[in-house]
Design a protein around this ligand. Structure first.
Ligand SMILES: Nc1ncnc2c1ncn2[C@@H]1O[C@H](COP(=O)(O)OP(=O)(O)O)[C@@H](O)[C@H]1O
Ligand SMILES: [Mg+2]
Length: 337
């Protein structure tokens, strides 16, 4: 029913801005390098367009690293991959003050976080201190070392990956800090047909890799920053704003929407989730060439915005209702169908 009331709102399609055209071209360039994985590619661009950060969960070999590298190439951004390991120290990612004997003083040497796009690979393999240094930098968009503050680049975007199977010897991210990720995307196996295409493209070999299919820079970072400003102007109807607030509030007290959902949630999503869902829906609308968001944009992104922000109870595990299942039910109960 909400979808109906939103559908009633159909402003005349405004001509897409030149920035918006470039962003759609960027998305198309990614699709030429990565077969399928549409949701991952969409979410990378949504993160880029909001300045939010992306947590990607998936088994090895599903093109996570390749996709982020392709994004950095297509955006003409500086890119750094950091492999998270158990022996990593916070200073290894932030950088630190180094004594310069010749000058007789110390100088800040920037660490790998000081790039436009940072791939934090296997984030759950690093100890808590390193994770919190990263998450703090993500939140503050700056690094503080020895009392001095160093700003990160304006584009600064972290894509962190996590392997769902690797449990022993890993450090699960604290729930409170997971909230700093705009989206938590889940990557799955390609279809049989897609997998065959992946093979064919690989066997086509260097001709393909060096050839026209490589994403060259399709946008520069200024264009992305201007696009971010335009995304903030994407229209979010009054009824849709209210529905987003209702949905996020329902994650805290699902039993108010449906008595059978009682006892499933230890802690629901924060107001940060409200902002995340609204901004992500604006960005997805922009990516789809619109200047207004729809209920479908919210429905599509709600699981990725909410799944890492809901702390489930033991009972939910026993009943087999995980955060994704809960979000699906709440979307229905909140009129998103
Ligand atoms: N959907 C896909 N499209 C194109 N190449 C893929 C795809 N899935 C896997 N590959 C290929 O498989 C290999 C593993 O990809 P990689 O990005 O290293 O995976 P991950 O980082 O998820 O472990 C790469 O050679 C990549 O090109
Ligand atoms: Mg990888």
């Amino acid at each position: 029913m909400l979808a109906d009331s939103i559908a009633a709102f159909q402003p005349a399609p405004a001509p897409a801005s030149p920035r918006q055209v470039r962003i759609v071209a960027l998305r198309a360039a990614l699709a030429r390098r990565i077969v399928g994985q549409e949701r991952l590619l969409d979410r990378m661009v949504v993160a880029l367009l909001t300045g939010g950060h992306l947590l990607v969960e998936g088994l090895p070999g599903l093109a996570k690293t390749t996709a982020v590298k392709a994004l950095a190439q297509a955006v003409q951004a500086s890119f750094q991959r950091v492999q998270f390991t158990p022996d990593l120290l916070p200073g290894d990612i932030t950088g630190g003050d180094v004594f310069m004997p010749a000058q007789g003083c110390s100088r800040f040497v920037a660490g790998p976080l000081f790039h436009d796009i940072v791939l934090a690979d296997e984030i759950n393999r690093a100890p808590a201190k390193v994770q919190s240094a990263l998450l703090e930098a993500m939140q503050e968009r700056q690094v503080t070392v020895g009392g001095a503050t160093h700003g990160l680049p304006p584009l600064f975007l972290v894509v962190a990956t996590q392997n769902p199977l690797e449990q022993s010897g890993t450090y699960p991210l604290p729930e409170a800090q997971l909230d700093r990720f705009l989206l938590h995307a889940v990557v799955d196996y390609p279809s049989a047909e897609q997998e065959r295409t992946i093979l064919d493209l690989d066997l086509a070999g260097d001709a393909w890799r060096r050839g026209a299919e490589q994403p060259r820079a399709v946008v520069d970072s200024d264009t992305v920053l201007q696009a971010r400003a335009e995304v903030r102007d994407v229209h979010l109807a009054d009824s849709l704003r209210q529905a987003i607030v209702d949905l996020v509030r329902a994650t805290r007290e699902p039993q108010l929407r449906d008595a059978s959902l009682a006892g499933l949630v230890a802690a629901g999503a924060s107001p940060r989730a409200v902002l995340a869902l609204a901004h992500a829906a604006q960005a997805l609308a922009y990516l789809r060439g619109r200047d207004y968001a729809t209920a479908d944009d919210v429905v599509e992104l709600a699981p990725d915005v909410l799944r890492h922000r809901i702390v489930s109870t033991l009972e939910s595990e026993l009943r087999g209702v995980d955060a994704d299942a809960l979000v699906r039910q709440l979307l229905r109960r909140c009129g998103f169908d």
